[in-house]
Design a protein around this ligand. Structure first.
Ligand SMILES: *Cc1c(COP(=O)(O)O)cnc(C)c1O
Length: 410
């Protein structure tokens, strides 16, 4: 009999979203009338249709595949040149960030890239993650055998958790301890907070001092409205030596179902071998894609390219304005209730302190039963998320306004 990967057995069984789904299902079965008015502000998925520019580009691309003269088979494993250069030019060089076309690697999304990246990194790395955290960073490391067993509080032995609290504005300071691999996500899911240039510089300094690697998730950069807040870790020039950036078209172009994202892997990022040689990661990443993938489908890459066209950019702007309009409505409704609210200004998530010492799940149950609104309990994102809930702004305007009305009844 074959052996299985026992690291999977370490994973916590009661995962956040299945438990949310179970409680919602039970409530709806017991209260069919209330279920009709249920509004979901839970899962972080977009709700609005795709930009027309992307739809038209994908249709044209499919038509090309239907004719002998324009048919294409396998494309380059790292992504088509047209998309890699559009990304490097518009997202980086137009903003005075030095990134070459061949430092962009197109993928089927950032969640996927989180797992793929572990292919080229050693198993000895000490991993640090923020707490609360996007669970994918942790679970992919658990699956790869980079942790010990699960603890009572939901964390894992062997992983260094960086507390994000109201005290540090939900931006963790670099720790005194050494870490080899540090995950950072700004604008942040779940807290909706952002890091200043100074705060990111301190992380880059830490990485250089400790010869650590920063994995910077910028999935929500398009939601930044404050001109002082960096959109990319590479706005700190020294980050070219110590950071990899993950980006996605999921939250700007609404591609959660289409699937496309990319990593930025500077050629200057080095990592070491067990016997002390220092080598660039770029050739390993290149090789990983050549061997394990044939990239993303051609129509999808054309759709992503179209997001950089003048129409595409305008349509993305309108989508972001829509969601951030919701965020403003939800944020002020929660604040009017006297709740402590964070985030929701440069990110589509509002992080709310539960009133009267309620636990995250008690607050979840109250909002479900009394307001018929589904939110996400903060404790599901880590021990430091206890006592908070996340309200997502991904919704129709009508639903956001209705949730704001109901919040006044809390
Ligand atoms: C939504 C999200 C992503 C994007 O994931 P995709 O796989 O590209 O859809 C990445 N990181 C975080 C923190 C997210 O919330």
């Amino acid at each position: 009999m074959a052996y299985l990967n026992e690291n999977y057995l370490k994973l916590q069984a009661g995962y956040l979203f299945p438990e949310v789904a179970r409680r919602v299902r039970e409530f709806c079965e017991a209260n069919p009338e209330a279920a009709k008015g249920l509004i979901r502000c839970g899962i972080g998925d977009v709700t609005e249709p795709l930009p027309r520019a992307a739809i038209d580009a994908m249709k044209r691309a499919i038509e090309e595949l239907g004719h002998r003269e324009t048919f294409r088979g396998y494309g380059p494993e790292q992504g088509y040149e047209f998309l890699r250069s559009a990304i490097a030019q518009h997202d980086y060089r137009d903003r005075n960030i030095d990134i070459a076309d061949d430092e962009i690697f197109v993928s089927d999304g950032s969640k996927c890239d989180c797992g793929y990246l572990l292919d080229i990194l050693g198993d000895q790395n000490k991993v640090a993650v923020p707490d609360p955290v996007y669970p994918v960073y942790v679970d992919t490391n658990v699956m790869a055998g980079h942790s010990g067993l699960a603890r009572e509080d939901g964390g894992y032995e062997g992983i260094l958790y960086l507390a994000c609290t109201a005290g540090n504005g939900f931006v963790p300071d670099p720790p005194a301890e050494h870490a080899d691999l540090v995950y950072l996500c700004f604008p942040n899911n779940p807290t909706g907070t952002v890091a200043s240039r100074k705060q990111l510089s301190r992380w880059v300094d830490y990485a250089r001092e400790h010869e650590a690697l920063l994995l910077f998730d910028a999935a929500y950069e398009a939601y930044i409205s404050d001109p002082e807040i960096p959109h990319s870790i590479f706005e700190i020039p020294e980050a070219r030596e110590c950071a990899i950036e993950l980006r996605s078209f999921s939250k700007n172009g609404g591609f959660t179902g289409v699937r496309c994202g990319f990593t930025v892997m500077p050629k200057s990022v080095l990592a070491r071998t067990e016997n002390g040689r220092r080598l660039p990661l770029h050739p390993l990443w290149q090789r990983r894609w050549s061997t394990k993938s044939n990239s993303v489908s051609y129509p999808v890459q054309r759709g992503a390219e179209a997001l950089y066209s003048p129409e595409g950019r305008k349509e993305i702007r309108a989508l972001i304005d829509h969601y951030m309009g919701n965020a403003k409505i939800l944020r002020s409704a929660a604040a009017k209730d006297g709740l402590d609210v964070f985030g929701g200004v440069n990110a589509p998530y509002i992080w709310v302190k539960t009133p009267n010492g309620l636990t995250s799940w008690q607050m979840f149950d109250r909002m479900l039963r009394e307001l018929n609104v589904v939110i996400t309990p903060g404790a599901g994102f880590g021990a430091q998320g206890e006592g908070y809930v996340r309200i997502s702004a991904f919704n129709s305007r009508e639903n956001a306004e209705e949730v704001a009305r109901r919040l006044q009844e809390l």
